[in-house]
Design a protein around this ligand. Structure first.
Ligand SMILES: [Zn+2]
Length: 271
């Protein structure tokens, strides 16, 4: 069995290091200013984060449908194929009836939860769904679910003089690097660059049904980084601009690293 996380983007760890360093600095500064009262506050916040994540998972279990070969054979087969290719570790995939075209992952302990919103099954092709599910499995394999919970909690720690906001912005920077890593996982899962790109475009334009509507959406995505405002907006967001994600995938798809991993994952599937 070949299990690899070599698709992790090279910027992810350096940005995580800067994020942790800065948050540690803020924690120490606030601890000094508040005679360690802030440390107690941070511990309480961590406890709350863990509790709320578990509560969210329980609420989800109550209203979500576990993907099963008998109830949803098409999706179950996609999940199985992605799981065989990426080997992300223990996870369960659920469908929820939320009216948005989105998927997300969370969980501090195994099995992690991958959640697919129901409309996504109607607007996406099997190849596009493989990309999205592979992307979410990437978050599990790379440890983002627990790291985001803990680092995100830390980044939200109370701090003076607007430094807290700076930490938040750096955390968003880290989050964007994680997204680039997981887009690679998505591409490795679906094995088709065109399907990966159309999945990304469809996330921003779920109602684009005809080829003409899709081309209009692609042109809009393509123009995202043409203005300074567009570039600046990205700094406040947890996800990179879609055009940047597409360009990063195009570059990765022609790299020798991608070809090597793709072959290894083909062997995983055949095993
Ligand atoms: Zn993601």
């Amino acid at each position: 069995m070949f299990r690899s996380t070599a698709y992790r983007h090279s910027s992810e760890y350096p940005i995580l290091f800067v994020t942790l360093l800065l948050t540690l600095g803020v924690v120490l500064l606030t601890a000094m200013l508040t005679q360690c009262l802030s440390l107690l506050l941070i511990l309480l916040m961590f406890a709350f984060t863990i509790w709320s994540t578990n509560a969210m998972q329980k609420t989800l279990m109550a209203k979500a449908f576990l993907v099963h070969p008998q109830t949803d054979p098409r999706l179950a087969s996609i999940v199985e194929t992605c799981h065989k290719r990426l080997k992300p570790g223990p996870l369960r995939v659920y469908i929820v009836r939320q009216q948005m075209v989105n998927a997300y992952t969370f969980g501090l302990s195994d099995p992690k939860s991958v959640v697919v919103c129901e409309p996504m099954l109607r607007v996406m092709s099997p190849g596009e769904l493989s990309f999205v599910i592979g992307h979410e499995m990437g978050h599990v394999a790379l440890g983002h679910t627990w790291l985001n919970t803990l680092v995100g909690g830390l980044a939200g720690s109370p701090s003076p003089y607007g430094i807290g906001y700076l930490v938040y912005l750096i955390f968003q920077w880290y989050s964007r690097a994680c997204e680039l890593s997981c887009d690679r996982a998505g591409l490795l899962a679906c094995g088709n660059l065109n399907q990966a790109i159309s999945a990304l475009v469809r996330l921003s334009a779920p109602n684009a049904k005809t080829a003409q509507e899709f081309d209009t959406a692609l042109a809009r995505v393509d123009a995202e980084d043409d203005t300074l405002v567009g570039q600046l907006q990205e700094s406040f967001q947890s996800h990179p601009l879609i055009i940047k994600r597409i360009n990063a995938l195009k570059a990765y798809a022609v790299s020798p690293e991608y070809r090597q991993l793709q072959q290894a994952m083909d062997r995983n599937l055949a095993a």
